[in-house]
Write a protein that binds this ligand. Structure first.
Ligand SMILES: *Cc1c(COP(=O)(O)O)cnc(C)c1O
Length: 421
């Protein structure tokens, strides 16, 4: 980054500080990860200079000799990896991908049915503050009050009652595996399209440790930057019969030119995600989550659904007499970065809810295994027991920095070379 250093020392210094933060801390925000150096380099390549509105072979600008090949590679790799009939790799991110699906199939005022935001659904699944809730008749299903699990009988009843045009499955904070066949059967009862948003667990699907929604859903949306470990971006996978509707909705429906540097980096990520090493990565994400969940429960923590089958867990801190926000702030000071999160039927306010969400994709990328998860569990227990002891939090942060220095994060290996310590 020598050129940035010369031209813009302020931004240079901030990037370097962020590198250090990402290297020194245990990052447990379930949607975050570390991309490889190859993906960082591709994202920073000259492909950022190109305009290419349209699709391969049908562009509105000349000079697409290379870009067409890049996009076709990304599309083909996504089709191969996920077994999809058609893929659009142009959405700028997960939210626009979902909005494009609505534009493809809905008119304003049409009904959609998704998981309620405070129960783990996403903003774009019909939250009132989102365009998805303002322009459409957004209805929501909730988790079971007793088990914290999806209750497919209730989802079915709600679907029969509101008869959505699109039934949405997918989440940002649900620690269990979804029953896509069941969702399909429910959608079919009312002739609804089934949309699965696999933003969070796409990497687990790619790695073969989570069932794939692709055979069941009409449309699957996903981000590329969460467990899939690619650049910030998104994809829409769909049946061949919806290809044209989806492509038109993305461009010219809601977007102009695609971000070709991102498209190339998505292609690289898909190549990485097709490897045997990535399958092992996905398995380790789950082993790490299960180990941490078991250990936390053994220490008296309450986990929503009593555990996890995927890459994340939701901890209800009510019995620990600490709010989610206070816990998250103390953990951050101690070098463990999480987010506070509402729990199902939370009695506290969304800005200071009862829970925290913990995810294992990022720390698994830097090589943490079961042994380290037990250390993480100990750190979390001690911090939550003593959240106002700043000296202790500082000492913990230093211990964690030393632990992390033995696990160089992808893209940040240079920070862990002995001479830089
Ligand atoms: C993260 C997420 C998105 C949105 O992704 P952005 O890239 O932040 O717009 C959409 N759906 C779900 C379920 C997500 O978890």
């Amino acid at each position: 980054m020598e050129n940035v250093k010369d031209l813009d020392p302020e931004i240079y210094a901030l990037v370097k500080q962020e590198e250090k933060r990402q290297s020194d801390k245990i990052r447990m925000i379930a949607s975050e990860n570390y991309v490889s150096l190859a993906i960082l380099q591709t994202t920073g390549s000259v492909l950022t200079n190109k305009y290419s509105e349209g699709y391969a072979g049908k562009r509105y600008y000349e000079g697409q000799q290379i870009i067409d090949q890049v996009e076709q590679l990304a599309v083909q790799r996504a089709k191969d990896l996920f077994g999809a009939e058609h893929v659009n790799v142009q959405p700028y991110s997960g939210s626009p991908a979902n909005i494009a699906v609505y534009l493809a199939f809905l008119n304003p005022g049409d009904t959609i049915l998704g998981m309620a935001l405070p129960h783990g659904g996403h903003l774009t699944h019909g939250a009132q503050v989102s365009i998805s809730g303002r322009y459409f008749n957004a209805q929501a299903y909730e988790l079971d009050a007793v088990t914290g699990l999806l209750n497919y009988d209730t989802i079915r009843e709600k679907t029969l009652a509101v008869r959505p045009k699109i039934l949405i499955a997918g989440h940002s904070a649900y620690p269990r595996i979804l029953d896509f066949a069941r969702f399909r059967a429910i959608a079919d009862e009312v002739g609804a399209l089934l949309m699965v948003d696999m933003a969070h667990f796409a990497g687990l699907v790619a790695g073969g440790v989570h069932p794939s929604p692709v055979p069941y859903a009409d449309v699957v949306t996903t981000t590329t930057h969460k467990s899939l470990r690619g650049p910030r971006g998104a994809m829409i996978l769909c049946k061949a019969k919806y290809a044209q509707a989806i492509d038109k909705a993305v461009f010219p429906g809601i977007q102009g030119g695609p971000h070709d540097n991102t498209t190339a980096a998505i292609a690289v990520a898909l190549k990485e995600a097709s490897s045997a090493a990535f399958k092992e990565y996905a398995r380790q994400i789950i082993r790490n989550a299960k180990t941490l969940a078991q250990s936390l429960m053994a220490k008296g923590f309450t986990l929503i659904t009593n555990g996890t089958d995927n890459h994340l867990m939701l901890v209800n801190l009510t019995n620990k007499n600490i709010s989610g926000k206070r816990a998250a702030k103390a953990l951050d000071k101690a070098g463990i970065v999480v987010n506070y999160n509402a729990i199902p039927f939370d009695t506290r306010k969304p800005f200071d809810p009862s829970g925290i969400r913990l995810g294992t994709p990022a720390l698994t990328s830097r090589g943490f295994k079961e042994k380290e998860m037990l250390l993480v569990s100990d750190f979390i227990e001690k911090v939550i027991a003593d959240p106002d002891n700043d000296l202790f939090l500082q000492q913990t942060a230093e211990e964690i920095r030393i632990l992390c220095s033995n696990f160089p994060a992808p893209g940040l290996e240079h920070l862990c070379k002995p001479e830089s310590k």
